[in-house]
Design a protein around this ligand. Structure first.
Ligand code: COA
Length: 374
């Protein structure tokens, strides 16, 4: 029998190969297709990173221009999908909206074979932000927005649709950087779920629908919303210090801390923290950023647990006016690139993913007729 104490949740188990990403690899850290995450965050746009993941190499200027034009041309939503989005209640969670939206699109634009898989990936990448904000604005403001904006970046496109005006350069670039940081992370739970579905030779909409379901949970992508709710509970750094000590004494999980693979830090955290501090300054915030730092200090002092990518991403989004319930859906708008890249990688060398389990149930028993059961 395998030692499931060590491998519970498949911790430390190598479940396949990928050329897309390293996570916490000695001497490499976090890389996408061979590029260091710090280099990408400092120098690339999210559209370049999306191209890198989906096409395997950085684009030339000509390739990037053509790619941006293609994505912009794919932002429109079919009328039937708009109707479905309008019918989903306004108090639904937008992760459920995206899950339904992708699944429904799979009925309208069914992937019948894999010959057009790059187009399916690009279409999903282009129209997920449209689904998210169309549903939000319809229910929050009673408006049927035009999802075909002229913004070259996905970040500008999202903020433009959300606020009805072009965003500031600082907001657009900050959102773009968080999208770069969220784009890919090797065999995380949602990507692995997508690869398991893909391994049966199913279609891309099914794999992405399953991946959205996995990302939704608070132990995975849902942590950024849960972190925001935690930060907003406190009105000062002192209150946060006291409150988090109490939560730890109570054995509560503190969302936005800890990681399955990283042991001492998450390389994405420093970048998000820098942006959060800058945006806090711009917004004149004197509470949320100090509260966040206080929580981070208690977690390190008491548990040697570090903030992961979700913790400071929460206030980055908050300071640019994004409603909390859209934080994880925005993660989807980025991670779709990693998911689609993994789906195509899985297909290129497919093997059904079907592990074994150690049986811990009862020994074989004789059948008992219903009248004799008691
Ligand atoms: N708050 C409080 N304690 C935490 C913690 C957190 N965020 N993360 C881990 N721990 C504790 C666990 O309670 C456990 O303590 P124990 O050994 O006394 O039982 C220990 O640290 C090991 O954690 P475990 O849950 O076994 O690690 P894991 O690898 O299975 O889990 C996470 C990784 C990410 C699921 C976990 O750290 C977590 O739940 N974090 C909060 C959710 C989150 O931020 N998710 C986003 C991940 S990017």
């Amino acid at each position: 029998m395998a030692d499931t104490k060590k491998t519970g949740g498949l911790a430390g188990v190598t479940a396949g190969q990928t050329a897309l990403c390293t996570v916490g690899k000695e001497g490499a850290g976090l890389t996408y297709c061979g590029y260091d995450i710090d280099d990408l965050a400092d120098n690339a746009t999210f559209m370049e990173v999306a191209y890198l993941l989906l096409r395997g190499d950085l684009p030339t200027q000509g390739e990037l221009d053509a790619y941006i034009a293609k994505i912009k041309a794919n932002r429109g939503l079919p009328d039937a999908l708009k109707t479905v989005l309008e019918m989903i209640p306004g108090d639904a969670h937008p992760m459920d909206v995206l899950r339904t939206g992708v699944s429904f699109l799979g009925n309208l634009e069914t992937e019948r074979d894999f010959s057009g898989q790059e187009d399916v990936a690009d279409r999903l990448f282009a129209c997920l932000p449209s689904m998210m904000v169309y549903w939000h604005r319809f229910h929050a403001d009673g408006e049927r927005i035009d999802t075909e904006t002229d913004d070259d970046s996905i970040s500008g496109h999202i903020l433009h649709m959300l606020h009805g005006k072009e965003p500031s350069r600082l907001h657009q670039q900050s959102l773009d950087t968080t999208l770069i940081l969220y784009a890919e992370h090797e065999f995380n739970a949602s990507t692995f779920a997508g690869r398991v579905i893909t391994g049966t030779l199913s279609d891309m909409h099914s794999a992405v629908t399953g991946a959205i379901g996995a990302l939704r949970g608070p132990l995975h992508g849902g942590a950024n919303e849960a972190a925001m709710e935690l930060i907003q509970k406190f009105d000062s750094a002192e209150a946060a210090t006291k409150g988090v000590h109490e939560m730890l004494a109570n054995k509560d999980l503190i969302m936005g801390f800890g990681h399955r693979v990283y042991t001492t830090s998450d390389p994405r955290n420093a970048i998000n923290k820098r942006m959060s501090k800058r945006l806090a300054g711009e917004a004149g915030d004197t509470v949320l950023f100090p509260v966040s730092e206080a929580i981070e200090k208690v977690m390190w002092d008491e548990k040697k647990l570090f903030a992961n990518a979700d913790f400071y991403a929460a206030t980055v989004y908050h300071f640019m006016g994004v409603p909390t319930y859209l934080f994880t859906p925005i993660f989807v708008c980025s991670r779709i690139t990693g998911w689609a890249a993994h789906i195509m990688e899985q297909r290129a060398n497919n093997k059904l993913i079907r592990p074994a389990a150690d049986y811990i149930g009862p020994d074989l028993k004789p059948w008992v007729p219903i009248a004799e059961r008691g």
